[in-house]
Design a protein around this ligand. Sequence first.
Ligand code: DMJ
Length: 442
Amino acid sequence: RYAWGLNELKPISKQGHSSNLFGNIQGATIVDALDTLYIMEMKEEFKEAKEWVEKNLDFNVNTEISVFEVNIRFVGGLLSAYYLSGEEVFRKKAVELGEKLLPAFNTPTGIPWALLNIKSGIGRNWPWASGGSSILAEFGTLHLEFVHLSHLSGNPVFAEKVMNIRKVLNRLDKPEGLYPNYLNPSSGQWGQHHVSIGGLGDSFYEYLLKAWLMSDKTDEEGKKMYYDAVQAIETHLIRKSSGGLTYIAEWKGGLLEHKMGHLTCFAGGMFALGADGAPNDKTGHHIELGAEIARTCHESYDRTSMKLGPEAFRFDGGVEAIATRQNEKYYILRPEVIETYMYMWRLTHDPKYRQWGWEAVEALEKHCRVDGGYSGIRDVYNNHESHDDVQQSFFLSETLKYLYLLFSEDDLLPFEHWVFNTEAHPLPVLRKDDGHKEENQK
Ligand code: DMJ
């Protein structure tokens, strides 16, 4: 009603919201929400969205975009919409957009730029990123989509680009077996030795595991990189507070910052999803680790007035799982905690995960629901809402989809057949014995 065809909604001012992540590409919320509409059987709305994509989604624009954000939301959204509905328009648009992203890889190492002008093909990095570095969670979160683009287009170039990223990473020494968040695409050397399983690092680890799962467990390289990384994370980053809460700290040149981001909370689900393949009889241990992270993240919600979690919470200065800095107290409708509840529910069927999910539903309805949609909150510790007036597109693609799956049967998008990209867009497992069967696994 208020922002149709624009990127995001401002639910209080009831108008469009544009973020520079997508440049002049329009329709982020429509594309991000396509599969959610399909899964929720909102057929009329899906049809309207499809018509908008057919008539209006245009990538022939002179604009600079974030390669990572456009990949996870637009390419991922279009690929899922195609696999779920079988509608050719989504496949065509996904491949067309994938082709527009290819010039980002024109760097001396093939590690892509963060930002790309999709008309001129000129790329660059974020000016704040450690001496011209690319970001681990950005260049490490292209793999799933690019493998599918090769599969659907018959053009191997997409898969080659992401396999080369692995090659560069495997040639490098890793401090204590950890992956720094910054890598210079020209020199091929790490930037600052900062390590995070939250912002700047997060979905790189997620995609190692999911690449292996999506390959029908044939991608041994992805598997090894994932379990080796988890080993290093456990040794150097995972700690327990005196109150018994397990958390994942950040690492700065060997020193720990005892802070965990909301973004980091996705790792509970990741550990549980990877438990089955864990080496050395560690399946139970990885499930337990997932459960402990889920509990810590639930505490970060429960210890606020609004029962919604802050952007980051700390385990120092006498606090546990609480934000201490004013600029870390906001909640922008992020999905990671609910995502972890969903994985933990599917993998353990412990009813507490549905209870915790329902607490989040009630809090969202009470504090984020406004006349024109859902809004983020500036301070979750305050009793009175100060709304940020933005409905992020991932609220529809992830937060609501993961809630829906948390309360659905396990045979809706079963994990044996589907892997979720980092924006919650389901992609089919590519069967080793039948490269095309996946289209039938709806
Ligand atoms: C989403 O775009 C994705 O989940 C990404 O991996 C991290 N940030 C947002 C949600 O918080």
